[in-house]
Design a protein around this ligand. Structure first.
Ligand code: C2E
Ligand code: MG
Ligand code: MG
Ligand code: MG
Length: 278
């Protein structure tokens, strides 16, 4: 009896595995063609100065316009792209497009801020990464200080000599570095001191606990203290309410990003937004 049930179980498991791998396989083959089919787009979310409430930066966020499935969010495809080694190629496209778009915004006199681009670990750790960034800046005509690179704690902390060297060279080139989603991964404060980050981005999961959650409040205060002591600016992610804004302002957070200020927008919509504000 047990043997029969076990067999059925294995068959079910087999089937689930097969379905999953078929799904991943189909996703992968569509993803592989996405760059050449020009199916990626960048949406831009503005970042605001906490005191003046003026735009002071923007983050480029990747979307995939997948024929039949409409606009696909990054968490639906980046993990698979990452696992199968497609992210460096996609990331190179993202940097090029973001630099080009920001150069156009500056040229048009619409806004003059840095664009922040998310960089995955394998791309940041590539030997030719700094050269790629320099070349992209030259091609687009974007000044180095108008580009910011966001890396997550795992990139920074999985510290090889290469990562340290890259961060020093980027800093020397005038490109800014931001630590994304700070506080949710494994951070070493010694490493934080060593790498030259200009900004710490406080993860949304802490901000969403405001007001009311004393632990989140305490963690945010601690992060703001560390950043201030190390001379880094701070950006709070996922600011959705006025109450969150007020607490972060009081705590001395320098910048905010979130639906309360502005949602991510395609370039054309961002241009409209900026024109309407003038
Ligand atoms: P992230 O870098 O932490 O980006 C912020 C995410 O929070 C974005 O999600 C943004 O739409 C969302 N967000 C912003 N404000 C609010 C808010 O007030 N409330 C809520 N609930 N959400 C808010 P998105 O665009 O889905 O991106 C998710 C993640 O995908 C990003 O997190 C980033 O880790 C990754 N990602 C996006 N674009 C790229 C890319 O070009 N390259 C790489 N390597 N990763 C990317
Ligand atoms: Mg980011
Ligand atoms: Mg983030
Ligand atoms: Mg986050």
């Amino acid at each position: 009896q047990a043997k029969v049930e076990g067999g059925a179980c294995i068959r079910l498991f087999d089937q689930a595995l097969r379905e999953r791998s078929e799904r991943v396989y189909r996703l992968l083959s569509r993803l592989r063609k996405a760059i050449s089919l020009d199916q990626f787009e960048l949406h831009y979310q503005l970042q605001f100065d906490m005191q003046t409430l003026q735009p002071c930066g923007m983050e480029a966020l990747l979307r995939w316009r997948d024929g039949s499935n409409g606009l696909v969010a990054p968490d639906q495809f980046i993990p698979v792209a990452q696992e199968y080694g497609l992210m460096p190629a996609i990331g190179r496209w993202v940097i090029r497009r973001a630099c080009r778009d920001n150069a156009a915004l500056i040229e048009a006199g619409l806004m003059d801020v840095a664009v922040a681009v998310n960089i995955c670990a394998p791309l940041f750790s590539e030997a030719g990464f700094v050269a790629l960034v320099r070349q992209t800046l030259r091609d687009s005509g974007l000044p180095a200080e108008r580009l910011e690179l966001e890396i997550t704690e795992d990139v920074a902390m999985n510290a090889s000599a290469q990562v340290l060297q890259t961060s020093v060279e980027l800093h020397e080139a005038g490109v800014r570095l931001a630590m994304d989603d700070f506080g949710v991964g494994f951070s070493s404060l010694g490493r934080l001191k060593q790498l030259r980050f200009d900004k710490l981005k406080i993860d949304r999961s802490f901000v969403s606990g405001l007001p009311g959650n004393p632990s989140d409040q305490a963690i945010i205060q601690a992060i703001l203290g560390i950043a201030q002591g190390l001379g880094m600016r701070t950006v709070a992610e996922g600011v959705e309410t006025e109450a969150q804004l007020a607490l972060l302002q009081e705590g001395g957070c320098s910048q905010g990003q979130g639906f309360w200020f502005a949602r991510p927008m395609p370039l054309a919509e961002l241009i409209e937004w900026l024109r309407a504000r003038r």
